[in-house]
Design a protein around this ligand. Structure first.
Ligand code: PNS
Length: 161
């Protein structure tokens, strides 16, 4: 079975992430979306909230599941017999760090990384920008799934998105 992981913080998941998940799901038998749970970044949504939002958002794909991990991604891959890490590349600015991680993950455990060129429609999207815009009352509809839009609205402006 060809298996892949899409790792990240997903605080929150965006339509750019979903585009990458869906395209990975077309190439691999099973895709695990893995949420890093020991990140030092301060988060808007708890791990459980992020997982719940992700599970709803990936429900249309039968071969995508959601999990959480701590520690090294390659150890999660080894434990779960996942051979490939799939990442979306938005712009050249993503490339340096992503290349470094891909090379380190291969060096650590021979786990390969495959890059998907992000749909230009979502090339400028990031979870951080979504949070900043939403926090300041901006409209992020069309950029995140509906359940995330609702959750952001509830968190930032009492239910209005
Ligand atoms: O959404 P993010 O925060 O950009 O995702 C980064 C993530 C989770 C993919 C990366 O930080 C990661 O893989 N962390 C796990 C720890 C690890 O394996 N570090 C070594 C990377 S070479």
């Amino acid at each position: 079975m060809r298996t892949a992981v899409c790792p990240g913080s997903f605080d929150p998941v965006t339509n750019g992430h979903l585009d990458v998940f869906g395209r990975a799901a077309a190439m691999y038998d099973e895709v695990t979306v893995a949420v890093l749970s020991n990140s030092t970044k301060s988060a808007l949504f708890t791990i459980d909230e992020r997982i719940a939002l992700l599970r709803e958002a990936v429900a249309p794909w039968a071969n995508i599941k959601v999990a959480t991990f701590q520690g090294l991604l390659v150890e999660f891959c080894q434990k779960n017999e996942i051979g490939v890490i799939v990442k979306g590349l938005r712009a050249v600015s993503d490339f340096d760090y992503e290349l470094q991680m891909a090379q380190m993950n291969y060096r650590l455990a021979k786990v390969e990384t495959a890059f998907i060129a992000t749909n230009p429609e979502y090339g400028y999207l990031s979870s951080s920008l979504i949070k900043e815009i939403s926090r300041n009352g901006g409209d992020v509809s069309g950029l995140v799934p509906d359940n995330v839009l609702q959750a952001l609205g509830e968190r930032h402006n009492g239910g209005k998105s």
